[in-house]
Design a protein around this ligand. Structure first.
Ligand code: ZN
Length: 196
């Protein structure tokens, strides 16, 4: 089932999400619905707060990046098969010199900006079976993970922009929060859930 994606301006996107355990109700169904929602919106990542749940879970499928011809064959191969569910993730280390990448977000349609992040991360997380893993990633995979990880920390990529850039996109962000935007996937706008 495709779930509505929460739009910029909703308080759930600003919350630090909570850890979950094996007993979380209907977890497998939720994960399945989140993948369906992500693919339905042509996303490469989706975090639980984006469907309105402040829990520490996000999904990544980096395969669409594999079509980028500027990447080496090895990089393309690595991206192609990368599909993972991250539960209770903690980034343990981030290192290297920050690099810019043009990021977007399903909760903030049509806004894309360069965001600076460190290239290499070490992350601990649990998979769907609650087995714990510690892994290191770099490049685009690290980038998507960092973006999704920020969501479970209550941070959006627009929070990381300079105050100048923030001023420039302020009007567009307000429009998104009011639902004044054209999108081709299901969304839920904060203005719609408010009482008059
Ligand atoms: Zn996002």
């Amino acid at each position: 089932m495709i779930l509505p994606i929460v739009a910029y301006g909703d308080a759930v996107l600003k919350k630090k999400a909570k850890t979950i355990d094996k007993d979380y109700p209907k977890l497998n169904e939720l994960i399945e619905n989140m993948y369906e929602t992500m693919y339905g919106a042509y996303g490469v990542g989706l975090a639980a707060p984006q469907i309105g749940l402040a829990i520490r879970m996000f999904l990544v499928d980096a395969s669409p990046f594999a079509d980028d011809d500027s990447l080496s064959e090895e990089e393309q191969e690595q991206l192609k098969g990368f599909k993972k569910t991250f539960i209770n993730a903690q980034i343990l280390e981030e290192e290297g010199e920050e690099w810019a990448f043009n990021e977007g977000c399903l909760s903030i349609p049509d806004v894309r900006e360069d965001v600076f992040r460190k290239p290499k991360i070490k992350i601990q997380y649990q998979d769907e079976n609650f087995d714990t893993h510690v892994e290191t990633y770099d490049g685009l995979i690290a980038r998507v993970i960092q973006h999704e990880y920020d969501h479970i920390e209550g941070v959006l990529f627009t929070d990381k922009l300079s105050s100048f850039k923030k001023r420039l996109i302020k009007g567009r962000l307000t429009n998104i929060s009011k639902g004044k935007i054209k999108i081709d996937y299901r969304m839920r706008f904060p203005a719609m859930s408010k009482k008059r």
